[in-house]
Each structure stands twice: as structure tokens, then as C-alpha cells.
Write a protein that binds this ligand. Structure first.
Ligand code: AMP
Ligand code: MG
Length: 397
């Protein structure tokens, strides 16, 4: 194995090879989780008209305090058919159109209601409880920029702004291939030396949260022919993610078969624990990730290297993992040569995030990892990090 790359170098080499996918029109109801390919602009002012923020009475502020006749009632969606005259009031519902002539709304609870007349004891301020037309956004202004992943608030803004469909990056098609003669599917009987296949579902779950369309291929044995057929199928996708078979053993065939099939090797070996034998290459526009087989290595390598690529394919401007700041509950001993991502449980303590590193950090320990909600970044080093040390961590979603 060549000298190991740093995590950042490997991420840079990977992202350099990403060419964003083409876009397609997506109906708004299907758009959550998708990435915008163009800025979306409001089709209307928001609110589209001066609207009432309260259930109450529309008035001219200058007529208050006073006793005013109620000349109309304005529900939401049914504006008054005339302007408010001097010395008059109209009852109005929240979201109702404030009539021409009115410049304030007095909430119900501040008037004495006599039916056809109300009494207002205090002076109203101009604009009180009126949401001005265009106060949220103006027609033609950008609601959501290009390259933004649409969450609930963003799709809500698009809907409110009158957008029915939007141009988004096509979802990346990602083939998932697990390798290993020892693998059986959950539900089957295990024979001697066999284990259940976990990486396929780990990667499928991660890919879904990254906006990709996963396509699981059937797991393959450590056999040249089987690898060749399955890799060739996987290479038709936008991204091929394999697990297992990228280390230095005689049964590790993914690299050699990949190279035979024309995959151009970009990197092999990163100074990260777990995940050292990570392999990455390209064939035409297909990105190929060979992840090490231990389930925790697969989980970690996806977050550091595959998710950023999948997001970048969709045009996300800032696709690298978002580390946050926390502190260690207990002392931790770094690995001398490799940056380590240790599994931890987070808690909010005294307004900060405290990270409890789980015992059982070996890369096959997926059951232990199931108790974690965070990956703590422990830089390579020789000095122990004392309890309370400030660290960066990545939230597992
Ligand atoms: P490899 O990278 O192929 O040498 O695999 C490393 C370790 O991960 C071995 O113990 C494998 O049995 C295990 N492993 C490989 N693939 C999977 C998988 N899909 N699910 C669970 N364990 C796996
Ligand atoms: Mg293997």
C-alpha cells in the first residue's frame, strides 16, 4: 500500500472527480430531500395582501379610542366589498384581507363587543397587527437558492410562494455490492464460518438519507468470475459502492477485477481508523468506492467519503461532513498514526454536548456501534486527550 493519504486529501481527490448530474423537474410534493438545480423565485408577494395577524377589528388608528359601528365581517379568503369609512370598524379574522382605509387591527380581547358596535379604550398604533403585503418575501425574490437541499421549511416556502414544480438534480443511482464468500442474508441458516451480511442494509440506509437511489446487487463470493459480472453490472450506475475485498489478502479481488474492467484507480489507503484500505476509482462518469468489509468501517467510510460525493453529484455547494464541537466525558488515547473516528453517545450537559465514547471500538463491532449517535474525531497523536477535551464530532443520522 502506498503512503496513506490524509482524510482531507482523499476527500479532495474524490470531489475533484465528481461531475454534477443533470437536472429534472420535480413536483413539489416529491421534492423534500432533493437538491435545487436553479434558484426558485416567489410568484407572488408574501403575504399577497395586507392581512390581519389577529382575530379582531380593523380600524383607522386615528379613530381610536372610541365607540365604532361594526359595518362588515371579514373571514379569511373573503375580502370586504368596500373600503372602511371614517369612524367605522369591520370584524376581521386572522388571515383576513385588511380593507382599504384601515391601518390597524384591534384584537378581540381588547374591545368591549356590543354586537353592532364596539368600544375601544386605548389608542391603536398605526400598522398594529397588520402583516404587510410582501413583508415575508416580494414577488420575484429568491425563495431558495440553487444547490440547496430541500427540507420541510424550504418546501413550505416554495408552496407558499406558488411554486408547483422545481428543477432538481437527478437522484444519483448507486449500486451497492457486498463481497465475501462467508456472507448469508438474515433469515437464512448460517453454516460453519458464515456470518450475516450487514453492509448492504447499512449503505442502503445511508444512501437514502443522502438523496440517492440505491440499487442493491446480490452479494458475491470471493471468486473472480462472480466479481467480474457483478462489478460490470454495478458500473452502469452513477456510483458503485462495494464492501469487502479491498485489503491485501489473496481473496481480496475488488481492486484487481475493477482495474481489469477499466476502473482508473485514484486512491487506495487513507490514514483513518477504521477504513484504512479505502479504494476509489472512476470509469467514465461512474465513481467507484471500494469500502473495507468490517461493518463499522463501511459505516464510517460512507460518512467521510461516499456521502460527500453523493451530495456533490446533486450539486450541493458544501458537501463535506459537518463536524460540530463537543467535549469528551472520559479521557481518550489517540492512535499514533491514524485519525480515528470513535463511536460515542452524545448528551446535552450544562448546555454543551458531552460525548461518551463507547467501549468496544473494533471495526467488526456493529452491535456496539448501534448504541452510538456520534462519531468523534480523534486526531492521530501520542498524548492522551484528558476528560473534558474539546473535540469535533459528526452526528449519525
Ligand atoms: P474484508 O474487507 O473482505 O477482508 O472483510 C473484513 C471483515 O468484514 C471480515 O471479517 C468479513 O467477514 C467482514 N465483512 C465483509 N463484508 C461484510 C458484510 N457485508 N457484512 C458483514 N460483515 C462483512
Ligand atoms: Mg472479504
Amino acid at each position: 500500500m502506498a503512503p496513506l493519504l490524509s482524510i482531507e486529501e482523499a476527500q479532495r481527490l474524490i470531489l475533484e472527480r465528481v461531475q454534477p448530474l443533470e437536472s429534472e423537474r420535480v413536483r413539489l410534493e416529491d421534492a423534500a430531500g432533493r437538491v435545487t438545480a436553479e434558484p426558485a423565485t416567489a410568484r407572488v408577494d408574501l403575504p399577497p395582501f395586507d392581512s390581519s395577524a389577529m382575530d379582531g377589528f380593523a380600524v383607522r388608528a386615528e379613530d381610536t379610542p372610541g365607540r365604532l359601528p361594526v359595518v362588515a365581517r371579514i373571514p379569511a379568503g373573503r375580502p370586504a366589498d368596500r373600503a372602511l369609512g371614517r369612524g367605522e370598524t369591520m370584524a376581521i379574522a386572522t388571515g383576513g384581507a385588511v380593507p382599504d382605509g384601515a391601518d390597524a387591527v384591534i384584537p378581540l380581547e381588547y374591545v368591549v363587543d356590543h354586537g353592532n358596535e364596539i368600544e375601544i379604550a386605548d389608542e391603536a398604533l398605526v400598522d398594529a397587527n397588520v402583516r404587510p403585503r410582501g413583508g415575508d418575501v416580494r414577488r420575484g425574490d429568491v425563495l431558495v437558492p440553487a444547490g440547496e437541499r430541500l427540507g420541510p421549511a424550504q418546501v413550505g416556502a416554495l408552496a407558499a410562494g406558488g411554486i408547483a414544480d422545481i428543477s432538481c438534480a437527478r437522484r444519483p443511482r448507486v449500486a451497492v455490492l457486498s463481497t465475501g464468500t462467508e456472507l448469508r442474508q438474515p433469515g437464512e441458516e448460517l453454516g460453519p464460518g458464515e456470518i450475516y451480511e450487514a453492509n448492504g442494509v447499512i449503505l442502503t440506509a445511508q444512501l437514502r438519507t443522502a438523496g440517492a437511489e440505491p440499487e442493491r446487487l446480490e452479494a458475491v463470493e470471493d471468486d473472480d468470475r462472480a466479481h467480474r459480472d457483478a462489478l460490470e453490472t454495478g458500473l452502469r450506475a452513477d456510483v458503485l459502492v462495494t464492501s469487502g475485498g479491498v485489503s491485501v489478502g489473496p481473496h481480496d479481488l475488488v481492486r484487481s477485477v475493477g482495474r481489469d474492467l477499466g476502473v482508473d484507480e485514484i486512491l487506495w489507503g487513507v490514514a483513518v481508523k477504521p477504513g484504512k484500505p479505502l479504494w476509489f476509482g472512476v470509469r467514465d462518469r461512474t465513481l467507484v468506492f471500494g469500502l473495507p468489509g468490517n461493518p463499522v468501517s463501511t459505516l464510517v467510510c460512507f460518512e467521510l467519503f461516499v456521502r460527500p460525493a453523493v451530495l456533490a453529484l446533486q450539486g450541493v455547494a458544501d458537501p463535506l461532513p459537518r463536524f460540530e464541537a463537543g467535549r469528551l466525558l472520559r479521557a481518550a488515547r489517540p492512535n499514533p498514526a491514524r485519525t480515528e473516528l470513535v463511536r460515542a453517545r452524545s448528551a446535552i450537559v450544562d448546555g454543551g454536548v458531552e460525548l461518551d465514547v463507547l467501549s468496544g471500538q473494533e471495526s467488526h463491532m456493529i452491535a456496539t456501534a448501534a448504541g452510538a449517535d456520534a462519531l468523534v474525531l480523534v486526531p492521530a497523536g501520542t498524548e492522551e486527550l484528558p476528560a473534558g477535551s474539546e473535540v469535533s464530532y459528526l452526528r449519525l443520522v
